[in-house]
Design a protein. Structure first.
Length: 483
């Protein structure tokens, strides 16, 4: 099928069960892998946000009273439609965000799995009773907030837009999803496909940039805002939300450490270190283990293994099912990554692999970067301290365990961390010492559904992909009954 036929016809704002022309106008979206103009996409202004929030607020009045089983049915139908359009949705994302289509089909699967999961949990939002003595019943109930805004990052456009509406809707809220400004096309296609499944105003999609996000944060009829994004945006949203004392849930960036002990199964550790970089996504994954701390006694062996391992990943056109590594989402992000690579060189790290555009006529117009590995990295270097969100691995050497943990935990990030060891006591000691919300032992970077995912420190304050996510879309009410 040609690209024109595949891409969504509707490029406006979807709210109140219908498409609306944006007052804010349109901006073109471009393919990161070919540079091709993919056409105009709506940019929601404050006035557009206001109209959408009012529609969602109106829908909330009846949706909150809908039986939980009915809400589950709506979600299951959405998941089913997505399954039927799995490849198409993945292909739109591949064209628009640059990640490989085969990995994005897996994203659609994850989204449908999560939607079904939350549909299955609608009856589990139980309250409790508290014994107060004869003549009294005291009970708690979990109630929705109202209109919830969900602002998401660009690295999994479809997966985030589809899966992150589910918990809020299951709990009786209505939602406004704001897909990433770099890749909104799959969100439009999703709404074309699921139009009419939920009552008008329950699920809404507003594409746009910072103004749209800020207007959602500022709107008095939006009591809860959730962000998947960078720490800088998290802080901006928290500041804006403070004005109204809104509930804010944040899933933010990471600079995750992976520690290799001398007793590790080195073959597994090397595989884990390579897989943990999420090179398929060009390292554009919050859970990428971008700081590899290797014990000095096995350092050379691990470095050699990693350098061999990364060769599996070759940048290629994301629409080709055989491609193992896609393109960087935008020119801006490409330049940022290249800047960090240059910085790493200047700071004295050794560029042991990659660091360049792969070249070749087919990839000439795309934002491609080879898998990049720096060795001899130390924690005073910016490439070791800052989230690059690109295919750049920093390898550090350690000898003293206390010192190593000091370095691992020295950053404001606290999303995830991993350890490779064959010793149970070492594994537990490390898991206890990591200042991170998600820890892998003999594994790296993967999310294991439905385990709660989220960060410590400035990496966030929320837990998603789990029962905790559902509960976070409810508020607790106590009812004291004098009989
Ligand atoms: N913890 C997680 O689960 C997780 C998952 C994926 C990505 N991330 C993080 O996301 C970041 C990369 O994504 P990104 O570049 O799209 O992030 P970003 O913070 O630039 O943008 C995220 C979203 O916020 C919107 N936005 C930007 N400024 C805003 C403002 N002032 N007010 C309201 N909305 C605003 C954007 O339009 C976008 O939709 C990385 O830091 C990555 O680690 C975290």
């Amino acid at each position: 099928m040609s690209i024109e036929k595949l891409l969504p016809r509707h490029r406006d704002l979807y709210y109140g069960g219908a498409w609306h022309r944006p007052e804010g106008g349109y901006a073109d979206s471009f393919s990161p892998s070919t540079g091709e103009n993919l056409g105009p996409c709506a940019v929601a202004s404050r006035a557009d946000v206001d109209a959408a929030v009012r529609a969602a607020h109106e829908a909330y009045r009846s949706w909150r009273r809908t039986a939980p089983g009915e809400r589950a049915t709506v979600l299951r139908r959405i998941a089913q439609v997505m399954r039927e359009h799995r490849e198409e949705l993945a292909m739109i994302d591949a064209i628009d965000c640059g990640n490989p289509v085969s990995a994005l089909m897996n994203d659609v699967d994850i989204a449908t799995q999560l939607i079904d999961y939350f549909a299955g949990l609608v009856h589990e939002l139980r309250g409790s009773t508290i014994p107060m003595g004869e003549g009294v019943i005291d009970m708690t109930v979990r109630e929705p907030y109202g209109v919830c805004a969900r602002i998401v990052a660009y690295n999994h456009p479809m997966m985030f837009t589809a899966s992150r509406l589910a918990a809020a809707v299951a709990a009786g809220n209505t939602v406004i999803m704001k897909p990433p400004v770099q890749a909104p096309l799959s969100a439009y296609r999703l709404m074309e496909l699921i139009d009419g499944i939920a009552p008008p105003g329950v699920i809404n999609v507003l594409s746009g940039g910072t103004e749209c996000g800020q207007a959602l944060v500022d709107h008095p009829l939006v009591p809860k805002v959730t962000l998947i994004g960078s720490i800088a945006t998290g802080k901006a949203i928290a500041r804006g939300a403070a004005e109204h004392l809104k509930h804010v849930s944040l899933e933010l960036g990471g600079k995750n450490a992976l520690v290799v002990y001398p007793d590790a199964d080195l073959e597994r550790a090397i595989k884990g270190a390579v897989a943990g970089m999420c090179f398929t996504w060009c390292g554009q994954a919050c859970s990428s283990t971008t700081r590899l701390f290797v014990h000095e006694s096995v350092y050379d062996q691990v470095v050699q293994g990693v350098l061999e391992g990364v060769r599996v990943y070759r940048p290629g056109l994301p629409t080709d099912k055989a491609t193992t590594m896609g393109a960087i989402v935008s020119r801006e992000q490409y330049d940022k990554i290249m800047h960090y690579i240059e910085l790493g060189r200047q700071e004295g790290a050794r560029l042991a692999a990659g660091g360049r555009h792969p070249g070749g006529a087919e990839l000439a117009n795309g934002h491609f970067i080879e898998p990049t590995v720096f060795t001899d990295v130390t924690m005073d270097m910016r490439i070791a301290r800052e989230e690059i969100f690109g295919p750049v691995l920093s390898i550090l050497k350690w000898s003293d365990e206390d010192e190593m943990f000091e370095q691992v935990n020295s950053l404001e990030y606290g999303l995830a961390a991993g350890v490779y060891t064959t010793r149970l006591d070492t594994a537990h000691r490390a898991a206890g010492r990591f200042e991170a919300g998600y820890v892998w032992v003999n594994n790296a970077a993967k999310h294991f559904f439905p385990a709660p995912f989220g960060g410590y420190k400035q990496s966030g304050n929320n837990r998603e992909e789990s029962f905790e996510e559902l509960v976070s879309y409810t508020q607790l009410k106590n009812v004291y009954i004098t009989l």
